[in-house]
Design a protein around this ligand. Structure first.
Ligand SMILES: Nc1ncnc2c1ncn2[C@@H]1O[C@H](COP(=O)(O)OP(=O)(O)OP(=O)(O)O)[C@@H](O)[C@H]1O
Length: 242
C-alpha cells in the first residue's frame, strides 16, 4: 500500500467493482482535497453511485484502495466502516430516504442523536437547517404528508445538520425542478463552504458546475475528462491522479 498525499481528505487508487460479472468501475483513481466541492458527471449507468458507495465505505472495491484522512478505508472491518460513516460522512440520495415514523425535525436530527448529541440541542440544530431549506413549517410533519420535493429538502437538511467531514450527494436535486433545484444546490454548496465540508456530488449534466471547484467526467466506470470549475484557481486547489 502506498500512502496518499497528506492534503487529500479522500484518495482512491485503481478502484474496480463489478456486479455479477458486469464492470461498474474499471481502475478509477482520484484525490479530493479538504473543503473541495467536486462534481462527478456521467450518463446513467456510468458508475457514479458505485464510485460514491466505494469512496464512502458502503461498498468494498474488488481491487484498489480508498483512504480517508490518511487512513485506509478498504481494510477496515464492517463495524469500523459503519462508525466512520456515522461520525464523518453524510449521504444525500436521489430519492429522499426518511424514517416514516419520525417527523421532519426528528429525521433531520437523527444523525446528530446517533452521535450522542442531546435531543434538545439536536432539535434546535435540525430546525435551523429545515428553516434554511425552506421547510421549517414542515418540522412537525411526518414524511407521508410531505411532497417529494419537501422530503428531499428534509433529507438535505439532515445531511448538512450533521456537519460531516465529507458529504456525498448522489444526484441530490433529482426530485426537484428548475429554480427549486438551483436553490437547493446553492444551499448545499454555500453551507459546505462556510462549514468547511468537502462535497462530492454526482449529476448527469453540468448544472452544478458554476458552484463547484472541479468536475470529473465518468464514462463506463472510467474517468472521461476533467473540467475545472470557475473557482479552480481559488483557495481550494485540486489534486488529480489517474
Ligand atoms: N445492484 C446492482 N446490480 C447489478 N448491476 C448494477 C447494480 N447497481 C448498478 N449496477 C450496474 O452497474 C453500472 C453502474 O451503475 P451505477 O448505478 O453506479 O451508475 P450511475 O452512473 O450512478 O447510474 P444512475 O445515474 O442510473 O444511477 C450500470 O451498468 C448498472 O446497471
Amino acid at each position: 500500500m502506498v500512502a496518499p498525499p497528506d492534503n487529500d481528505v479522500l484518495w482512491a487508487r485503481a478502484l474496480t467493482y463489478t456486479y455479477h460479472g458486469s464492470p461498474a468501475l474499471t481502475g478509477l483513481s482520484l484525490g479530493v482535497r479538504e473543503g473541495e466541492i467536486l462534481s462527478i458527471i456521467g450518463p446513467r449507468g456510468s458508475g457514479k453511485t458505485t464510485l460514491l458507495r466505494c469512496l464512502s465505505g458502503q461498498l468494498l472495491p474488488e481491487s484498489g484502495e480508498v483512504w480517508f484522512n490518511s487512513g485506509p478505508v478498504h481494510t477496515l472491518t464492517n463495524t469500523a466502516r459503519e462508525q466512520l460513516r456515522r461520525n464523518h460522512f453524510a449521504w444525500i440520495a436521489p430519492e429522499p430516504c426518511l424514517v416514516p415514523e419520525l417527523n421532519a425535525w426528528e429525521n433531520a436530527a437523527l444523525p446528530l442523536m446517533l452521535r450522542g448529541r442531546g435531543r434538545r440541542s439536536a432539535r434546535n440544530t435540525a430546525r435551523e437547517w429545515l428553516d434554511r431549506l425552506d421547510v421549517g413549517d414542515c418540522a412537525l410533519s411526518r414524511p407521508v404528508v410531505l411532497l417529494q420535493s419537501q422530503r428531499q429538502r428534509v433529507a438535505v437538511a439532515r445531511a448538512l445538520a450533521a456537519e460531516p467531514t465529507v458529504l456525498f450527494a448522489d444526484e441530490p436535486t433529482a426530485p426537484l425542478h428548475g429554480s427549486d433545484s438551483s436553490q437547493v444546490l446553492r444551499t448545499i454548496t454555500t453551507a459546505a463552504r462556510s462549514h468547511g465540508i468537502t462535497v462530492i456530488l454526482t449529476s448527469q449534466g453540468p448544472e452544478a458546475d458554476p458552484l463547484t471547484d472541479r468536475s470529473i467526467a465518468l464514462l463506463d466506470g472510467r474517468r472521461g475528462g476533467i473540467t475545472p470549475g470557475p473557482d479552480a484557481e481559488g483557495s481550494t486547489a485540486c489534486s488529480v491522479s489517474v
